[in-house]
Design a protein. Structure first.
Lengths: 315, 273
């Protein structure tokens, strides 16, 4: 709490100092670079929020309501990192002649697992976004494409990604490919339909302006429609990010590859609640970090979209 | 461009019995315009005045070539209007700047479509922005501008195409009286310089009085031209001169009847539902 409130005051004071030209040099702690000034309060509040819920959990454990064997509180499942990390040593698990204790260090093991899961999410979501954007635009651009593909896309979009799991294994066996395939298939149909909806929602006046200036159909798509739908498409991407994480975990947990999902499966099979919660914490953190990264990208690429949260906070 | 054979003879835009039925042939068919006869000479300033919903915007869309007429004959310097053209720029009723482009990129959008090089576009944008008094705002984004500034950028964007017919759909409707006055003066200057014809839609009688060579008063739906009033007063006009007062009175009376009729009709329709 205290950390957060000092952040607040430092923002105000640096502002004042910046206004006055010849003010004495500011104390070192008050002249934080601008990006840091923005981020620190956010990180502060995140810690406070997570800390609050952890505290409740710890209290429940302390008064004996939360059974540490079933609902181990944070200090238990985060406490022995090396002990948890040994379960992540999956990269070489099946290699013959490698003992369980050999292989990467605890940190490396966790990192390998996390990075391979994150990579699948990232590659899958990138492929899905590119394919969906291309097909969505093509469907609106050429009627023939719409007639030939849209009915199938619409039919397949409500199919749960779980149903595709066997297909992923038939087609790609085990490894990275089936997990990535699962992410693509889980996002592609929704995103295609959403792209079409966004194209239909583009302000007619903007299109008409381009038309009165003699723009061709291709120019209108390139210079008006695609920039106009990008913010919407990006929001869909962010919303689907969590979906992508879920699908990857499912794909991994069914033996499609190694990764976080498989560690969770292992935890389930060996009845290890500590490991389950450790993974949940890890996944939560990863989802948070990827969402944050996406927002940064959004700010860069879609610089013209105003952040509405300021207005909402003013209400 | 200036030595076009058609240019010297004949009107810039000619409407003969033009009609527009929206959603024609469906149960939601709606007759917006009927039997419009209107000729706009090169360099003429025509104001279309009429109650809300009478089809003024629709007529501009038809002239711009953005929508198909459903009956009649519509020509531009003798050629039938079949598609939009950069020669006929339309400034829309609502703001229509591209939010992802800076002001100067917005202004030179049409030049980019034509394939002009960036230095040329920058120079052209600078020139027109100067004309609308926004020389300094070139690198801003549209959402950083006030409403009046945005409309001026829209005007600049239309002017950058050097159109021969400028179609303006209530461009100053959202502005305060003083700003609107300034914008009108500025528009008259620009119009004089460019030599383009202007078709200006408004429902402000004062605006019509200040600007027009000719005012076409519309009936309410379906829109028809009820009466055309020629205005032979030198500009700039003193809005309080007896001639202007007289004109204002005349237009007010013409319009009042139409607004009354429009309301009656809407009430009848409401009862029918
Ligand atoms: N795209 C459209 N589809 C169907 N009907 C339309 C469409 N655009 C306009 N109309 C109808 O045509 C009629 C004339 O509309 P228009 O926009 O031309 O009116 P207006 O004179 O410009 O009114 P205002 O002064 O309020 O802008 C209205 O009754 C409207 O409901
Ligand atoms: Mg209108």
């Amino acid at each position: 709490m205290a950390a957060v409130s000092t952040d607040r005051t430092s923002v105000g004071e640096t502002g004042k100092i910046a206004g006055g030209q010849k003010s004495p040099p500011a104390p070192a702690g008050l002249t934080l670079p601008e990006p840091l000034r923005e981020i620190l309060p956010k990180i502060g509040w995140t810690l406070v929020s997570v800390g609050m819920f952890s505290l409740i959990w710890e209290i429940l454990w302390a008064i004996g309501w939360a059974d540490p064997k079933l609902l181990p509180p944070p200090h238990i499942f985060l406490g022995d990192f090396a002990d948890q990390a040994k379960f992540f040593n999956t990269a070489q698990r099946w290699a013959i002649g490698v003992s369980a204790s050999a292989g990467p260090s605890p940190w490396q093991a966790v990192l390998i697992t996390v990075v391979s899961s994150a990579m699948r999410v990232f590659v899958g979501i990138t492929i899905a976004a590119l394919l969906a954007l291309s097909l969505g635009v093509a469907i609106r651009y050429w009627v023939a494409v719409e007639r030939l593909t849209l009915p199938t896309v619409t039919l397949l979009s409500p199919v749960s990604p779980i149903a595709w799991l066997p297909v992923a294994i038939f087609l790609f066996g085990i490894g990275n490919a089936p997990a990535i395939f699962m992410v693509v298939i889980a996002l592609f149909f929704h995103m295609t339909i959403a792209t079409i909806n966004h194209i239909d929602g583009v302000n007619r006046n903007l299109i008409n302006v381009a038309r009165t200036m003699g723009a061709t159909k291709a120019q209108i798509y390139r210079r008006v429609i695609i920039p106009a739908i990008l913010p919407g498409v990006f929001v869909i991407l962010r919303l689907n990010l969590f979906g992508a994480w879920m699908v990857v975990l499912i794909a991994e947990s069914t033996g499609v590859g190694y990764g976080l999902g498989q560690v969770i499966m292992l935890a389930r099979n060996t009845f290890n609640p500590s490991l389950v919660f450790f993974c949940i914490a890890l996944i939560g953190f990863l989802g948070f970090a990827t969402d944050y990264a996406m927002r940064m990208v959004q700010k860069r690429v879609l610089y013209w979209v105003n952040d509405p949260s300021g207005v909402l906070r003013g209400l | 461009m200036a030595s076009n054979a058609n240019e010297t003879n004949g009107p810039a835009v000619s409407c003969r019995g033009v009609g527009k039925i929206w959603a024609a042939g469906t149960s939601r068919a709606h007759e917006a315009l009927k039997d419009i006869d209107l000729e706009i000479e090169p360099g003429e300033f025509v104001v279309l005045l009429g109650p809300s919903g009478c089809g003024k915007s629709t007529l501009l869309y038809l002239i711009a070539g953005l929508e198909e007429k459903t009956s009649g004959l519509l020509t531009y310097f003798g050629d039938a209007v079949s598609a939009p053209s950069p020669d006929r720029s339309l400034i829309f009723q609502e703001t229509s700047l591209f939010p992802w482009l800076s002001v100067w990129e917005n202004v030179s959008f049409g030049l980019q479509i034509r394939g002009e090089s960036e230095p040329d576009r920058r120079a052209a944008a600078k020139e027109v922005l100067q004309r609308v008094g926004l020389a300094e705002a070139g690198s801003k984004r549209p959402d950083e501008l006030s409403g009046g500034m945005r409309q001026r950028v829209a005007v600049a964007r239309a002017l950058a195409m050097r159109p021969r017919v400028l179609l303006m759909d209530e461009p100053f409707a959202a502005l305060d009286v003083q700003t609107r006055q300034k914008m009108q003066d500025f528009l008259i200057d620009v119009w004089r310089d460019s030599g383009a014809s202007v078709v200006f839609v408004t429902h402000h009688i004062d605006e019509a009085v200040a600007l027009a060579d000719r005012v076409c008063v519309f009936t309410s739906r379906p829109g028809r031209i009820k009466e055309t009033v020629k205005v032979d007063l030198p500009r700039p006009r003193d809005p309080f001169s007896p001639e202007c007062e007289e004109l204002r009175k005349q237009l007010t009376q013409l319009l009042k009847d139409e607004v009354d009729r429009a309301f009656e009709e809407q009430e009848k329709m409401a009862e029918a539902v």
